[in-house]
Design a binder for this molecule. Structure first.
Ligand SMILES: Nc1ncnc2c1ncn2[C@@H]1O[C@H](COP(=O)(O)OP(=O)(O)O)[C@@H](O)[C@H]1O
Ligand SMILES: [Mg+2]
Length: 263
């Protein structure tokens, strides 16, 4: 079960894109890494951490990046939480923000409440101290808060810029979990407020066309794509495959029905 670096046919070389294969056994959620996790999985996340650090070299002060994907269920939240865990292991001050306000789940992964969070702060209803929670993993978390009527607008707003600037005075890393780019535009609203974007791709789940559109949309928004994380890879060699269109369509319909994305 060796995590391997693989090549993708998606051309993202210009931003020193890195790609890591992260593989988990089983399908039970949530899958958070801990001391007992298989060595190779822990190492894969640490390698992702090193690559992200490398891609952000030269950026002084606080570093902030979003984690996104083209569709739902690709592992954005799993990746965001696990990256927060491995970044916090370096004793860095880390904040994880759930900016997927339509389908928030970071709080579920962490077993904390989501009574108030990002949506309340951006709407000006609560102050910061009330919504930042310490987690048992050594990082802080701002949950998404109640679903607002206008998530993309809130993320685009000046309040969002000010919030991230304020948080950057305190945190070394701000990791932001976002909705999928091929479904809603929320993640695009954040790209010019962060230092980079990580794209999670789940093998046998993502569709090549959607992924291409996602990369194009991110580039059009002038996102700095730091790299791809290939999640849930099945091949021993970690080779990325594109022969799963049918399965993706089926899965997508399920998610489309079951999730409350869309405006
Ligand atoms: N590598 C993996 N192996 C097995 N299950 C996974 C893996 N990555 C994610 N999952 C599971 O798939 C589901 C969707 O993952 P999640 O991280 O919530 O996706 P997203 O945030 O992109 O919608 C969750 O139940 C999660 O536990
Ligand atoms: Mg999610």
């Amino acid at each position: 079960m060796k995590p391997t670096t693989t090549n993708t046919t998606t051309n993202t070389t210009e931003n020193s894109a890195q790609e890591k294969t992260i593989k988990h056994k089983g399908r039970r959620a949530p899958i958070l890494i801990n001391d007992m996790s298989p060595f190779m999985i822990k190492e894969a996340y640490k390698a992702a951490r090193a690559n992200i650090n490398f891609a952000l070299t030269g950026r002084g002060g606080s570093k902030r990046f979003i984690v996104t994907s083209s569709t739902v269920g690709e592992g954005k939240t799993t990746t965001s939480v696990n990256l927060a865990i491995v970044f916090a292991q370096t004793k860095a001050k880390v904040l994880l923000i759930d900016a997927d306000m339509r389908k928030s789940s970071v709080h579920k992964y962490l077993g904390i409440k989501n009574v108030s969070g990002l949506s309340n702060v951006l709407s000006g209803f609560v102050n910061l101290n009330e919504v930042i929670k310490k987690t048992t993993h050594g990082f802080d978390c701002m949950t998404a808060g109640p679903i607002p009527p206008n998530p993309a607008e809130l993320l685009l707003s000046e309040a969002s810029t000010e919030l991230l600037d304020t948080l950057s005075e305190y945190y070394d890393f701000i990791i932001i979990d976002t909705p999928p780019v091929a479904v809603v535009s929320d993640a695009l609203a954040l790209v010019d407020k962060v230092d980079g974007t990580i794209i999670t791709i789940r093998e046998r789940h993502a569709n090549h066309d959607d992924l291409k559109k996602t990369v194009s949309a991110l580039r059009f928004a002038e996102a700095k794509i730091l790299g791809f994380i290939l999640n849930d890879a099945s091949g021993e060699d970690g080779t990325y495959k594109y022969n799963y269109k049918y399965r993706y369509r089926k899965t997508y319909k399920y998610y489309d029905y079951d999730y409350s994305y869309g405006e």
